[in-house]
Ligand binder design. Structure first.
Ligand code: 5RP
Length: 225
């Protein structure tokens, strides 16, 4: 029997954290997809929810399901955001952004009382940056210069491509996927990346997460908090 670990984690998270009348942030990616569908079911059953999308793709999926989606500027804050991740530690530190939505995801997470992460067990790591590259979104203007300054932090930065062309985010920027040999001090790295002209945001989500639901191959879902 094949177990859909992403779906199980997503449904547990929505059922535990999304309540009538809430303002909800909707994440981006193949795991968040299942959470958006669960939210759609709740809305179809009469729950009153106001949602903010973290990407144009999420906004489209939510709209098709009849979910009310508003701009972040229309709500002061959010009760909860449910989103995926690329790496999750037991201390709830994350790498996000392989799906290309890290800037809006970080803004929405920062506006949320609770940020809830959903993932399958392949995303659980002991420390950040050994498996996944760290996505860093940069302005197109002068991006080669930003790349050189990013690489001085000890990584190999590769411009993300979509076919023959650079991938362009919903914000009109490029992404460099930065391969480190492990990230020893994520707080220090984040502070250095934040000082590089042209860097819009990086995929380190540190101390932003309330809980993570991790779907396991035996069909159970582990909650980390
Ligand atoms: C998008 C993200 C996603 O949450 C992350 O890439 C996980 O995606 P998936 O659930 O498809 O593995 O950060 O920017």
């Amino acid at each position: 029997m094949s177990v859909n670990m992403k779906k199980a984690a997503a449904e547990r998270a929505v059922d535990e954290y999304v309540k009538d009348g809430m303002k909800v942030g909707l994440g981006t990616g193949s795991t968040a997809f299942y959470a958006i569908h669960r939210v759609g079911e709740l809305v179809a059953n009469g729950m009153d929810l106001t949602c903010v999308a973290t990407s144009e793709e999420t906004e489209r999926i939510a709209g098709d399901l009849g979910i009310k989606v508003v701009d972040l500027s229309e709500v002061n804050n959010l009760d909860v955001t449910i989103d995926g991740a690329d790496e999750v530690t037991m201390q709830l530190q994350l790498i996000k952004g392989l799906g290309g939505a890290l800037v809006r995801e970080k803004i929405v997470a920062a506006a949320s009382l609770d940020q809830i992460i959903i993932a399958d067990e392949s995303k659980l790591v002991e420390s950040l940056g050994k498996v996944c590259p760290l996505p860093v979104e940069v302005m197109i203007f002068g991006h080669e210069k930003a790349k050189r300054m990013i690489e001085r932090q000890g990584c190999k930065a590769v411009l993300r491509m979509k076919g023959d062309e650079p991938f362009v985010t919903d914000n009109g920027n490029y992404i460099y996927d930065c391969k480190f040999d492990g990230i020893e001090n994520p707080y220090f790295l984040e502070s250095r990346l934040d000082t590089i002209p042209g860097v819009v945001e990086n995929g380190l989500f540190l101390n932003m997460t309330t809980a993570a639901f991790v779907g396991r191959s035996d069909g159970t879902v582990k909650k980390i908090c």
